[in-house]
Design a protein around this ligand. Structure first.
Ligand code: AMP
Ligand code: MG
Length: 321
């Protein structure tokens, strides 16, 4: 099925399409999502098809309010309650034992459902109008760069969906932190906007699941979030630029332009003293530079702490060299 994809701000139009088991793109504070009625297998199937996502990769369920968490999940532990209290609404996804009401296709047959309560005025308004939650992965073809504007969604998904609900540029700019529990111990399955130390402040020690061989969360796959242009992540920008002299290089930098290349071939993502701005700009800059006709994108590694760790994680998975 091909659509003439429209972009707009009409929330009622979004609701009407979702009620008819169509899929649409919606804004959230992390990235744009490809949303479907989480209780409709027919609609969920359309998400997997449009995204070319393997059916073995489950979807995050977005809910309108905390009461919905108890509708779709049970056996909610004290630690989970603490995280819900502290970080929801916000860029946190919790893996909790699912209730039967959630179709197996949403969780790829897994016993847990991934739940998130977004903090975005447009997403929240839409969710409140619906009498079902929305299952939504990021609104990009599987493996590619996540969209943080309606235009990014259009360039990657036009023709495949009828409507993109425009809510402006995503504020957080990288995906949610995914947390599950192993014997009541919190485990981070995907690094994200909320840092591990923020989580530890609430529930004590957490472990990070770095096993990229099992697809518990494809966001943890070794290669993901990738531009089409080869990307090199380096600890030594100067040396990397010298090494590839002669190639058409696009640079993603921090703090200031590098004197090695013309400024028009560089994007300064922000200052390392405020890395959430870098996260906010990251995917946008990756989309822009990926469309710049370069042979190679070079980007420097950030200090490996706080949100820098999450950004390094994305860049490592995006790197192809
Ligand atoms: P995306 O859909 O691309 O935004 O990524 C969402 C992430 O949540 C993926 O890495 C999913 O695998 C992960 N996820 C969603 N549901 C579950 C689940 N039930 N168990 C484990 N991971 C999940
Ligand atoms: Mg994704």
């Amino acid at each position: 099925m091909t659509f003439r994809t429209e972009t707009g701000t009409d929330i009622l139009r979004a609701k009407q399409l979702l009620d008819n088991e169509e899929i649409i793109a919606i804004p959230t504070e992390t990235v744009y999502g490809l949303a479907a009625n989480a209780f409709s297998e027919k609609a969920i199937n359309k998400v997997y098809t449009a995204k070319m996502r393997p059916i073995s990769n489950p979807l995050i369920v977005h809910v309108a309010g905390k009461k919905w968490i108890y509708e779709v999940a049970h056996e909610i532990s004290e630690k989970a309650e603490l995280l819900i209290e502290k970080f929801m609404p916000g860029p946190l996804t919790l893996l909790l034992p699912k209730k039967k009401i959630v179709p197996d296709i949403v969780t790829s047959g897994l016993p847990n459902v991934a739940i998130r309560l977004p903090a975005h005025p447009v997403a929240n308004k839409l969710l409140e109008l619906l009498d079902y939650p929305l299952a939504a992965p990021s609104a990009n073809p599987f493996g590619f760069i996540s969209p943080t504007t309606a235009e990014h969604v259009y360039s990657q998904m036009s023709g495949k969906i009828p409507f993109i609900l425009d809510g402006g540029k995503c504020t957080a700019g990288i995906e949610s932190t995914i947390i599950g529990f192993k014997n009541d111990m919190p485990v981070i399955y995907r690094l994200g906007s909320i840092t591990s130390s923020e989580i530890e402040d609430v529930v004590g020690p957490v472990t990070i699941n770095a096993d990229t061989t099992k697809t518990i969360a494809p966001g943890m796959l070794k290669k993901h979030y990738s531009p089409r242009t080869p990307l090199l992540l380096t600890q030594d920008l100067e040396q990397a630029v010298n090494k590839y002299a002669g190639k058409k290089i696009g640079l993603l930098t921090y703090n200031s332009y590098s004197p090695q290349l013309p400024e028009k071939h560089q994007i300064v993502l922000g200052k390392t003293t405020n890395m959430s701005v870098i996260a906010h700009n990251l995917y946008s800059a990756m989309h822009t530079i990926d469309n710049g006709g370069y042979d190679l994108i070079i980007v420097n590694k950030l200090p490996d702490d706080g949100i820098g760790k999450s950004i390094n994680d994305r860049l490592t998975r995006a790197s192809t060299l």
